[in-house]
Design a protein around this ligand. Structure first.
Ligand code: ATP
Length: 267
């Protein structure tokens, strides 16, 4: 199977800090990969390189086989359209309905005036409704997004990526602000859409137990280097100690501050 996303020897420095050092990995269609590691390990920098918010100092990032550094203008916009994003804080437009938020995912596909005037073609509206249906929210289509629960808002954000027809989904701490049940629901939906649509998911997670339960594969970064890249089963207690520098303890998310001691659920 062809790789949809690949990084080869990616290095990024901020002054004296090596945020990423010789990072290489590739994602296949439909794969769900958890990106883990302590705060400051480089997870966000991976995302910034893939979205081309920053350019690596060395190495290449390829989306659907195209080196991002070789693209500009319309080609770069198209490559960015292939990469959908969801965030910890959902990033929906609160006063708009769930449907209008999903239609925003069509921005890269329709004329700008249609987006501004919210005059989307009938096919796009049908597609957006179908995407809401796939995340189990068809009945909320006309509800204001800020009246939805956090888990529902995150599912709207996933539907928006589906409407965008992205081939890669980058999820930056997508369930950190959700209760455990909602977090499970969101990650279950994420897995389903990956399997059904062949979207490759790269998901930064602080909750180690969730990484183990929902990811096919775990990539761990430590001080900008990959220290583990393997099936979720390889992310065991010994690997945890190596990555976080402390033994596994009890249930709870890995804290987001550098100095705190990670607390996680037992496998
Ligand atoms: N704009 C910047 N200027 C200087 N240093 C930066 C900048 N962005 C990131 N860094 C440094 O690069 C390293 C990697 O940061 P990054 O944000 O990628 O880590 P992270 O794994 O996403 O952390 P967290 O889990 O806390 O979000 C850190 O040492 C950070 O301080």
């Amino acid at each position: 199977m062809t790789d949809v996303l690949s990084l080869h020897g990616v290095t990024k420095r901020y002054g004296a800090t090596a945020a990423l050092a010789d990072v290489s990995f590739a994602l296949k269609p439909g794969e769900v990969v958890a990106l883990v590691g302590p705060s400051g390990a480089g997870k966000s920098t991976v995302f910034r390189c893939v979205t081309r918010l920053v350019a690596p100092d060395a190495g290449t990032v390829s989306v659907l086989g195209q080196d991002l550094a070789s693209l500009s203008g319309g080609e770069l916009r198209r490559a960015r359209r292939d990469v959908g994003l969801i965030f910890q804080q959902f990033n929906l437009i609160n006063r708009m309905s769930a449907l209008d938020n999903v239609l925003a995912g069509r921005m890269g596909h329709v004329a700008t005036w249609r987006v501004v005037a919210r005059q989307f073609p009938r096919d796009d509206r049908q597609l957006a409704l179908a995407c809401l249906d796939r995340v189990g929210l068809l009945d909320k289509a006309y509800q204001r997004s800020d009246s939805l629960s956090g888990g529902q808002q995150q599912r709207v954000a996933i539907a928006r990526v589906l409407a965008q027809r992205s081939r890669i989904l980058l999820a930056d701490e997508p369930v950190s602000s959700l209760d455990p049940q909602s977090a499970d629901n969101v990650l279950t939906v994420l897995r389903q859409v990956a399997q059904e649509s062949g979207i490759a998911v790269l998901c930064a997670l602080h909750q180690v137990d969730l990484a183990r339960r929902f990811a096919d594969r775990v990539i761990a970064l430590k001080a900008g280097r990959i220290v583990l890249d393997g099936p979720a089963s390889a992310f065991n207690a010994a690997a945890f100690t190596d990555i976080y520098g402390t033994a596994e303890q009890s249930a709870g998310p890995v804290p987001s501050t550098c100095d705190a001691v990670p607390r996680i659920a037992a496998a």
